[in-house]
Design a protein. Structure first.
Lengths: 447, 447
């Protein structure tokens, strides 16, 4: 009998790799934060002597979901302004609010609120782009969750940095801070082609080769962005990025809602990763990314919620459903983007985009024990003919009961273990009052 | 002090009528199943002496949601076959399964499962189309929920009736059975233009004048339906229905995913009600109903989930979000279908389509006390700048805590009071085993 930390028995185990596999009455053996084995429960009981044994006989176990595009701290702006076009929403509401409110304390409160929602809906890793990536990294590490914190670069001065030099200097410093962190990974995060000029992009491209981290960037989100690019540079943004040398397996191109046939081919040829954000793209009427055609061309397509200010939730189960539904409509084919493929986008494809697929994205021996349990014994999910269908199509985020990251149980029977849910709600209420009234009295500030 | 049955105090009351109204710290006074008053909590406490007083200080109260298109019993087929085009899904999976399994016991079990899900996600009334509408009516009445049970008519013989004569004979009998029922209403439900020929449609049209009930019908769901109609009748289905005299305020036309400019105008001119089912239309790749254009033309557009076999849930909150998101994408305008309009579609517009807007669809004195409470004090909904945004965009169905129908509390702090949730899950599991194994042993049949 091999001594291990934990043995989780479940009704179904859906490892994602190998593809389309559903194991029944299996167990996952965990030791030192890693998955050491996945095997039938009956055999597991003879083979392993676990420190803890967990029986989830109504549940499906899946890999922790990877939210491949977030602005986590913006959860404090959730619902601040809705039903507006992207540029109006940014110019008249989001950017002024950011200028007024964003600082270290805002980031801590916003990231905690986002993590509370994400953990409870089965996300274990998120690819973030926002100011104060150092604060985000520390806040996530403290909660035991996993993040790729984006080293933001943008042309205009913000509270985080004054100019391109300072953004890049700080990017390198933040990368260094988390170099050996088991939970906090980094990526360059130049905001978008229309907000970052050639100089900083070239410097980032040089640094990517040295640091071997991804480049996380909004690309081809709207027609407006493409028209601006044509006007300013005489070429479409993707062409410009190609000429600057940015297209490649390091690039995590978010949105890609407006791409033509040649650009699908270019994306595939160059090995660019795409992050599809269906709900944000629909809500801002940006367009529908041709996901099935990208997948057919061999492109790695991951899934993201975008920030809570344009979604307005961070529930990756809902995002999987929206991706599958929109994918079918866009392809005019009900067999496009089937449930199992949406689940791949939300797990292994996300891990691959972030260069983390040796560590997370599937339930396989040797990978980190980033695991999510979903209780399917509910009137909203029953009957279960095919558990993957129910996970994608029946609002399963509300039925996540348990979540492990690196073998640590961050959600136990729906209760957060590493975050104080009540304190988060209290902090959020304080921020809501501040943002609504436009005042920031010192006496209500607690972090 | 006026003696009343119940006084519900809430953080927010969103009555839907008048439009865009959000009342804070208000109370709803209920007596004899009706709303008698809506007023500030502080005044209510001086004015009314309630038998029961309920404080919901983290909650929004909204009118009970009206699911304007369901096949409730099909919840037993949830996830049986997914990711397939409509006709393949119907011909190869759904219709054979119905032929094999549908009977009175199936209906009872399926409708109970559907009600459990609907009540828990804030639906108080559903417009159903299925076999055994009498059994559906009785099952719903027993649970204290509200239904418009569809008097199904279809050309081919089924377990419910052999031919048009028998379908219509049974329709009249079921209508008579529920003539004075406070919770069970009826509508004719000729399945679709491609499954009901001219003779029965003409008889239905004559009877509608006598009985004064709606006609609930799938119309222009797919291009295939329109092509079939052109081939068989030499005209588009909507034109054929117009010539048969069916277009008018009695008609509840479901889907309308494929309509041209002239048909939008015709629909508006004739006062036809449209039921939009965005998730089903996307999942079956049927198309996107031009909702904003219909609304702009003055058409009453309601909202439905369709059956759980093609959705795969009956959560109207999710459907509101999908409607808003798809509406923006289809209109290429982020300000199209704002949150408040999605909420109207799911409440007052549904009530109007069913001819029940004097009774339900808004929180107004004199109307039935069909009320839903949503707890917004959750990391997934906070902060709350505009409660209607959070109701529509943040998966609020999972946060419904209390539901009243006709003044009776069918959900109390998330627990069903008129349905046995455990028994429903057990019955559902039995049906799942039967349908999976293809056997129906008498000894496991319990109803």
């Amino acid at each position: 009998m091999q001594v291990i930390d934990e043995l989780i028995h479940a009704r179904w185990v859906i490892p994602v790799v190998p593809r389309k596999t559903v194991l029944e009455h299996h167990a996952i053996a965990i030791h030192d934060g890693r998955i050491v084995d996945i095997l039938p429960s009956s055999i597991a009981q003879q083979q392993y002597q676990p420190g803890r044994s967990t029986l989830l006989d109504r549940h499906a176990l899946i890999p922790g979901l990877v939210n491949a595009h977030t602005h986590a701290a913006m959860s404090l702006f959730r619902g601040l302004a809705d039903d507006l076009p992207l540029m109006q929403w940014l110019n008249a509401h989001i950017w002024p609010a950011e200028q007024r409110w964003v600082g270290e304390e805002f980031i801590i409160a916003g990231v905690r609120l986002a993590m509370a929602e994400m953990i409870r809906t089965g996300t274990t890793c998120f690819n973030d782009m926002y100011f104060f990536p150092d604060v985000t990294g520390r806040t996530v590490a403290q909660a035991g969750m996993r993040v790729v914190t984006g080293l933001i670069v943008i042309d205009f001065p913000t509270v985080w940095a004054a100019d391109a030099d300072e953004y890049i200097e700080k990017a390198i410093a933040v990368h260094d801070e988390f170099r050996d962190d088991p939970l906090v990974h980094t990526a360059f995060a130049p905001h978008a082609p229309y907000t970052v000029s050639d100089g900083p992009l070239q410097r980032i491209q040089t640094l990517v080769g040295e640091l071997d981290i991804p480049v996380h960037m909004h690309v081809h989100e709207t027609n407006d962005e493409i028209e601006q690019g044509m006007k300013r540079y005489g070429k479409r943004p993707l062409t410009r990025l190609h000429e600057l040398g940015l297209l490649g397996p390091s690039l995590v191109a978010v949105h890609m809602a407006r791409i033509d046939d040649d650009e699908i081919e270019l994306t595939a040829q160059q090995g660019v990763n795409v992050v599809h954000c269906p709900e944000s793209n629909m809500k801002l009427a940006s367009g529908a990314c041709p996901v099935q055609r990208l997948l057919d061309a061999g492109v790695n397509v991951a899934l993201g919620t975008d920030g809570a200010a344009s979604n307005n939730d961070l529930d990756m189960f809902g995002e999987m459903r929206s991706a599958a539904l929109l994918g079918k409509l866009a392809a005019q084919d009900a067999s496009a983007l089937p449930a199992w493929q949406a689940l791949e986008m939300a797990t292994i494809n996300g891990a691959r985009a972030l260069g983390l697929d040796a560590l997370i994205g599937s339930l396989e021996p040797g990978k980190a024990a980033d695991i999510v349990a979903v209780d399917l014994n509910d009137a909203g999910h029953q009957p279960v003919y095919q558990p993957v269908s129910q996970l994608v199509y029946t609002n399963a985020g509300a039925s996540v009961t348990d979540v492990w990251v690196n073998g640590h149980r961050l959600l136990r029977e729906r209760v957060l273990t590493s975050l104080d849910g009540d304190a988060i709600l209290e902090q959020t209420a304080q921020w809501c009052r501040r943002i609504t009234t436009g005042t920031m009295p010192d006496d209500t500030m607690q972090t």
